[in-house]
Design a protein around this ligand. Structure first.
Ligand SMILES: *[C@@H]1O[C@H](CO)[C@@H](O)[C@H](O)[C@H]1NC(C)=O
Ligand SMILES: *[C@@H]1O[C@H](CO)[C@@H](O)[C@H](O)[C@H]1NC(C)=O
Ligand SMILES: *[C@@H]1O[C@H](CO)[C@@H](O)[C@H](O)[C@H]1NC(C)=O
Ligand SMILES: *[C@@H]1O[C@H](CO)[C@@H](O)[C@H](O)[C@H]1NC(C)=O
Length: 441
C-alpha cells in the first residue's frame, strides 16, 4: 500500500513536471510581430516581460545594442533583478561601470550594480541606466505559424528613464535593440535556446514579423521565401550610438554598396563615401529601422534625385513642387500602378558584384503624399552625414532581410510583392495547444 502510493506520487510528479513542461520544449525559432506606427513611421514590437506579466510595447531598433525600457514609471515585477558589479551578467554587457543610487531602492535604482547607456536612436539621446534582468515570454515558431510561448527567466536589458521615451511611438516604453552585441536580443534568444545566431526581419506598412533562429520562412498562401541574395555584413569599428565608450564597435549592420544606379545607369558621386573610414567610423551603408526613409549624404542624394527626375521625364512623368522632407515629387496621373507599386524608374543598390543587387521598385521608392502627388522616398542626410547611406523603413518593407551573425552575412529577398505575397502575410494563428491535458493523470 505504502509503496504503491509512493509510486503513484512519483508518477504524479513525473507527469506533473511533463505537463508544466516548458523546460523540455526547446524551440527551433522564435518570433515577434513588428507593426508600423502610422504617426511616427516607427516599427514597434511587444515584449512580454515581468511578473505579473506586462505586454511592453517597444520600438524595434535593428541596430540597437540591447533592449531598454523605462524603469521609472510603472515598472512592477517580483522577478526584477539587478546583477552585482563584476558578475558574469555585467561582464556580458561589457559594462565596467559600477553604480550607487541615492534614491529609495526600486527597479532602476540599486546599489552595487553595473550600468549601460540606454540609447534613444530616434532622437540621438542616451542616458546612464542600470543593467537588469527579468523574465520574458516569447512565442516560438516553425516559420509558418506561432507555436507555444517559451520563457527566458533572466533576459538582460537596460533601465531607461521616462524622459528618454520622448520622440518614440505613442504607447511605447522603450526600444528593442537587435544589434550585433552579446546582449542584443538576437544573441540572447540564440543563447537561451542554443539555436543559430540568425534572425530575419520582414517589415510592412501594417503588421510584419521578425524570426529568430533557423526555420524556413513561410508566408501565406504557403510561399517559402528562399534563395535570398547574400552579401557580407561589415563591421564598423567605431560605435555609431548616441553615447559609447572608447574602442566600442558599432552594433549596427553595415553592407558594402559599391554602386547606385537608376535604370541601369550609375549615378556619379565620390566613391570614397561608400567606404567605412575605420579610424573615425564615418561613411559606408547601414540598415536602420528608425529612419522611415533612406537617408543619403548630400552629393549622393543629389545624384540620385537628378538621375531619377531625368529618367521619370523620359517616361512623361510630370514633376511637381517638392513636399518636405522629399526632394522630388511627381503627379501620379500618368503613372501606372502595378503589383510592385508605381511604375517608375527602378533604383539599384549594387553590392559586391553586378549580380547582387538590392532592387528598389515603385512600392519601395514612392510615397503618396496627396491623392495626386507621389514623392521619391529618400531624404538628404547633409554633407556631414556620419553614415553615407542609411537604408530606411520604406525601402525595407516587403523585402525579407536575414542577418546571420555567425557567418556574417546578410540575405535579402527583394520585393515579395512580385511573388504574390508580402510581409503582412505571416499567418499569426497560433498552432499551440493551450491545454496539456494528455499528460494529466
Ligand atoms: C546605496 O548606498 C548608499 C550609501 O551607502 C545609500 O545612501 C543608499 O541609500 C543606497 N541606495 C540603495 C538604493 O540601496
Ligand atoms: C573623395 O572624398 C575623399 C574623402 O572625403 C577625399 O579625400 C577625396 O579627395 C575625394 N575625391 C574626389 C575625387 O573628390
Ligand atoms: C511622351 O509624350 C510624348 C508627347 O506627348 C509622346 O510623343 C511620347 O511617346 C511619350 N513617351 C512615353 C514614353 O510615353
Ligand atoms: C493559418 O494557420 C491556421 C493554423 O495552422 C490554419 O488553420 C489556417 O487555415 C491558416 N490560414 C490560412 C489563411 O491559410
Amino acid at each position: 500500500m505504502a509503496s504503491s502510493s509512493i509510486i503513484f506520487s512519483l508518477l504524479f510528479l513525473f507527469f506533473f513536471s511533463l505537463s508544466s513542461a516548458q523546460p523540455s520544449f526547446r524551440p527551433k525559432a522564435l518570433l515577434l510581430p513588428v507593426t508600423k506606427d502610422k504617426s511616427t513611421l516607427q516599427y514597434t514590437t511587444v515584449i512580454n516581460q515581468r511578473t505579473p506579466h506586462v505586454a511592453a510595447s517597444v520600438v524595434f531598433d535593428l541596430g540597437g545594442r540591447n533592449l531598454w525600457v523605462d524603469c521609472d514609471k510603472d515598472y512592477v515585477s517580483t522577478t526584477y533583478r539587478s546583477p552585482r558589479c563584476n558578475s558574469a551578467v555585467c561582464s556580458r554587457t561589457g559594462s565596467t561601470a559600477c553604480g550607487t543610487c541615492f534614491s529609495p531602492p526600486s527597479p532602476g535604482c540599486s546599489n552595487n550594480t553595473c550600468s549601460l547607456m540606454p540609447d534613444n536612436s530616434v532622437t540621438g539621446t542616451a542616458t546612464s541606466g542600470e543593467v537588469a534582468t527579468d523574465v520574458v515570454s516569447i512565442q516560438s515558431t516553425d516559420g509558418r505559424n506561432p507555436g507555444r510561448a517559451v520563457k527566458i527567466p533572466n533576459l538582460i536589458f537596460g533601465c531607461g528613464a521616462t524622459f528618454l521615451l520622448e520622440g518614440l511611438a505613442p504607447g511605447t516604453v522603450g526600444m528593442a535593440g537587435m544589434g550585433r552585441h552579446n546582449i542584443g536580443l538576437p544573441s540572447q534568444f540564440a543563447a537561451a535556446f542554443s539555436f543559430n545566431r540568425k534572425f530575419a526581419v520582414c517589415l510592412t506598412s501594417g503588421r510584419g514579423v521578425a524570426f529568430f533562429g533557423n526555420v524556413p520562412y513561410i508566408l501565406l498562401p504557403g510561399i517559402l521565401i528562399s534563395r535570398l541574395k547574400t552579401t557580407p555584413l561589415l563591421i564598423n569599428p567605431v560605435s555609431t550610438a548616441s553615447a559609447y565608450s572608447e574602442g566600442e564597435k558599432s552594433t549596427e549592420y553595415f553592407i558594402g554598396v559599391t554602386d547606385i544606379k537608376v535604370l541601369e545607369k550609375s549615378i556619379s558621386f565620390n566613391q570614397t563615401l561608400l567606404k567605412i573610414d575605420a579610424t573615425i567610423g564615418v561613411g559606408g551603408t547601414k540598415i536602420s529601422t528608425v529612419d522611415p526613409y533612406t537617408v543619403m549624404e548630400t552629393s549622393i542624394f543629389n545624384g540620385l534625385t537628378s538621375a531619377f527626375v531625368g529618367a521619370a521625364a523620359l517616361r512623361n512623368i510630370t514633376r511637381v513642387s517638392s513636399v518636405k522632407p522629399f526632394g522630388a515629387c511627381f503627379s501620379s496621373r500618368n503613372v501606372y500602378k502595378t503589383r510592385v507599386g508605381y511604375s517608375v524608374p527602378d533604383i539599384q543598390l549594387v553590392l559586391q558584384n553586378n549580380d547582387i543587387v538590392w532592387r528598389i521598385l515603385g512600392a519601395n521608392s514612392m510615397v503618396t503624399v496627396s491623392p495626386d502627388v507621389i514623392c521619391l522616398g529618400f531624404v538628404d542626410g547633409g554633407v556631414n552625414a556620419r553614415t553615407s547611406v542609411v537604408i530606411g523603413g520604406l525601402q525595407l518593407e516587403d523585402n525579407l532581410v536575414e542577418f546571420d551573425l555567425a557567418s556574417n552575412r546578410l540575405g535579402f529577398s527583394n520585393t515579395l510583392l512580385g511573388l504574390q505575397t508580402s510581409c503582412a502575410n505571416f499567418n499569426f494563428t497560433s498552432t499551440s495547444t493551450t491545454s496539456t491535458a494528455r499528460y494529466v493523470l
